[in-house]
Ligand binder design. Structure first.
Ligand code: FES
Length: 99
């Protein structure tokens, strides 16, 4: 897991594990994560494939303005993962892969 655990001036409280799946694979996020944060912490950088050029996209603006981080969440497309909180047992999928 790619998560900062020690820092010279910041403290990190232990948070509860939250299970979820991404493209059918089970992962663990932490309570309070956004979906994008949980994906990146698990080493996943690309969440979407562009429709026309089939290019990979992931976290870009991180504030809900660009839609590069869009995923399919529980069957609903166009969910901005950078501003959507992770919840237990969410089924998250790459957007644009089958188009
Ligand atoms: S990274 Fe830009 S909307 Fe999420």
């Amino acid at each position: 897991m790619n998560r900062i655990k020690e820092h010279p001036i910041l403290d990190f409280e232990e948070r509860a594990d939250i299970p979820f799946t991404f493209n059918g694979v089970e992962y663990i996020g932490k309570e309070g994560d956004t979906i994008a944060g949980a994906l990146i912490a698990n080493g996943i950088k690309y969440f979407r494939i562009t429709r026309k050029l089939k290019e990979k996209r992931g976290l870009f603006c991180g504030i809900g303005q660009c839609s590069d981080c869009s995923v399919i969440l529980n069957g609903i497309p166009n969910i901005k993962s950078c501003i959507t909180k992770l919840e237990a047992n969410q089924k998250i999928e790459t957007q644009g892969e089958g188009e």
